[in-house]
Design a protein around this ligand. Structure first.
Ligand SMILES: [Zn+2]
Ligand SMILES: [Zn+2]
Length: 260
């Protein structure tokens, strides 16, 4: 069995309320060594912290504010809340970032919330999980500035340009691929091959983006093995060796202490 780590999963999402324990058991049975449960809002971070606390050494939580919700980010109060989550064991800040595709929050609010969370990552010496979509110039500027100051992070569910990936890699960052790479419309195999073996991660981003052949269904961490297999194939790598390498990269980025 191929072991893997799901480096980005919204396991606290209400979509998993009916059967979260079964989802976790299926991930274990499929070979998952760890799951990083994203807290994309302060309320999700609280749920993620509880889910992680019930499975120490297997599920790890993060805490941050998604760019979609950046308009509600309170710079006077939210950084303290995120500090508290990190004190309680959150392994990373985020997900945070910039999204000009949906523009659910005004862009200046998005930049303000992202900058505050990059500053927290530096202050707390934690990696940052970054969501970026159609906001390449601002993302590049902010990631390069933070990375040059010593912040490490990952561009998650990455579908952007080679140039942005290269800029992030140059400051020591990682790049993560989701089930999108299994879709018929995916045409960026060169991007998959661009990422060095010691900087590449895989993720479900579940409950969204289920890989083929599950496309359209609620996604779950067990299916990351499909995405890992597709990435390995594109890179001409052995599937088990690739999944183990991506897992090792995830452990290194997030400083995970695995139980198994
Ligand atoms: Zn995202
Ligand atoms: Zn996400």
């Amino acid at each position: 069995m191929t072991m893997f780590i799901d480096s980005h999963c919204h396991l606290a999402d209400p979509a998993f309320d009916p059967d979260r324990e079964a989802v976790i058991e299926r991930a274990l049975a499929a070979g998952a060594r760890a799951i990083v449960c994203i807290g994309e809002s302060l309320s999700a971070a609280a749920r993620a912290a509880d889910i992680a606390a019930a499975r120490p050494g297997f599920i790890f939580s993060t805490a941050g504010v998604h760019p979609h919700d950046a308009a509600e980010f309170d710079p006077a109060r939210d950084p303290d809340a995120i500090r508290e989550f990190v004190t309680r064991g959150a392994v990373a800040i985020g997900e945070c970032g910039l999204d000009s595709h949906y523009d659910h929050s005004p862009r200046d609010y998005q930049r303000r919330a992202f900058a505050a969370q990059l500053a927290l990552a530096l202050e707390l010496d934690r990696p940052v999980v970054v969501h970026t979509r159609e906001a390449e110039d601002d993302t590049r500027a902010m990631v390069v500035e933070a990375g040059s100051a010593g912040v490490r992070g990952v561009l998650h569910c990455y579908t952007g340009s080679h140039a942005l990936a290269e800029a992030a890699l140059a400051v020591g960052w990682y790049v993560s691929f989701s089930g999108i790479v299994t879709f018929k419309k995916w045409s960026e195999d060169a991007l998959i091959r661009l990422i060095p073996s010691d900087r590449i991660l895989v993720e479900s981003d579940s409950p969204y983006l289920a890989p083929v052949p599950h496309r359209g269904k609620r996604n779950e961490p067990a299916w990351v093995s499909r995405t890992a297999a597709r990435v390995a194939e594109v890179r001409g790598a052995d599937p088990s060796e690739f999944a183990a390498q991506a897992a090792a990269n995830t452990v290194r980025l997030f400083s995970l202490s695995l139980a198994i």
